[in-house]
Design a protein around this ligand. Structure first.
Ligand SMILES: Nc1ncnc2c1ncn2[C@@H]1O[C@H](COP(=O)(O)OP(=O)(O)OP(=O)(O)O)[C@@H](O)[C@H]1O
Length: 261
């Protein structure tokens, strides 16, 4: 996040299926997030949205019962290859969760930690990067005088912005957001939404949300997931206005008008 750079790469899922043991959670899901765009992934509970996000940064590797087929590419590079280094992949693909989850460390150490882990040893360099990251998420003026205080003393919205700073401080290409505002009150939600809007163009983002109004406010494109024959699938993807005003699939029409789901 801290360096000027060329456009971020595209994110592509091609015929992705995800199985937990014998249960297919997702079948044949394909979608494409264009460079620097934000795609919202919407759909009812259990249609596989979080599973798709977890597959992209290979968090699913932690689950012995989980099998993924198909192809997932970041900037054309396949992320599912066995040779892919997971630390490098997670550096390229940052993730923000529903519940703000700062480490139980100081505000500054939440950001020094990933920098140290990735070999940035010089404290002075790290301090510059920490300040820039906090400025980027609009937190610097709020926390500059108390960087050594516990991150857990921040409000929910401040904690989530700190978590976004932590996800972005290593300059990922792609940012995955799993219902980033659902645990926040309306004022904190507005500040996190404003931040996400500012990040558009600089990162390629895929955001799960149950909030259709939020998807409409923020996203450039929308993918609608559904459960068919017990498995999650993507029924339709398209530009946000198309999905909300002239959807092609009857499920999209019903879901986006609040008639189903
Ligand atoms: N670790 C797991 N082990 C077994 N089954 C799982 C696991 N994680 C998810 N599932 C199953 O996969 C399916 C999709 O779940 P997932 O959490 O991806 O859906 P979702 O659309 O994100 O739901 P929600 O909106 O409620 O978060 C569900 O049937 C769920 O029970």
């Amino acid at each position: 996040m801290t360096e000027d750079r060329v456009l971020p790469p595209t994110l592509e899922l091609d015929d992705v299926s995800i199985r937990y043991g014998r249960h297919w959670a997702v079948r044949h899901a394909s979608l494409r997030v264009a460079s620097g765009e934000l795609m919202a992934l919407v759909g009812p509970s259990g249609c596989g949205k979080s599973s798709l996000l977890a597959a992209i940064n290979r968090m699913t590797d932690l689950l012995s019962e989980c099998t993924i087929t198909g192809d997932i590419r970041v900037g054309g590079d396949s992320v599912l290859d066995a040779q892919v280094s997971l630390p490098q992949l997670r550096r390229r693909v940052g993730m923000v969760f529903q519940q703000p989850n700062p480490f139980p460390l100081s505000i500054a150490d939440n950001l020094h930690f990933p920098l140290r882990e990735h070999g940035i040893a010089r404290r002075e360099r790290r301090e510059q990067m920490v300040e820039r990251a906090l400025r980027d998420v609009g937190l610097w003026t709020e926390v500059a005088g108390r960087l050594d205080r516990s991150a857990l003393t921040l409000s929910g919205g401040q904690q989530q912005r700190l978590c976004i700073a932590r996800a972005l401080i290593l300059a990922p290409d792609v940012l995955l957001l799993d219902e980033p505002c659902s645990a926040l009150d309306p004022i904190a939600t507005a500040s996190v939404e404003a931040l996400i809007r500012e990040l558009k163009g600089r990162f390629t983002m895929l955001m799960v949300t149950h909030n259709l109004a939020q998807a409409r406010r923020l996203a450039d494109s929308v993918s609608v997931c559904w459960v068919e024959d017990g498995c999650g699938c993507v029924v339709e993807s398209g530009g946000t206005e198309h999905i909300f005003t002239t959807p092609s699939h009857p499920v999209t029409r019903a879901y986006c008008q609040g008639l189903a789901g």
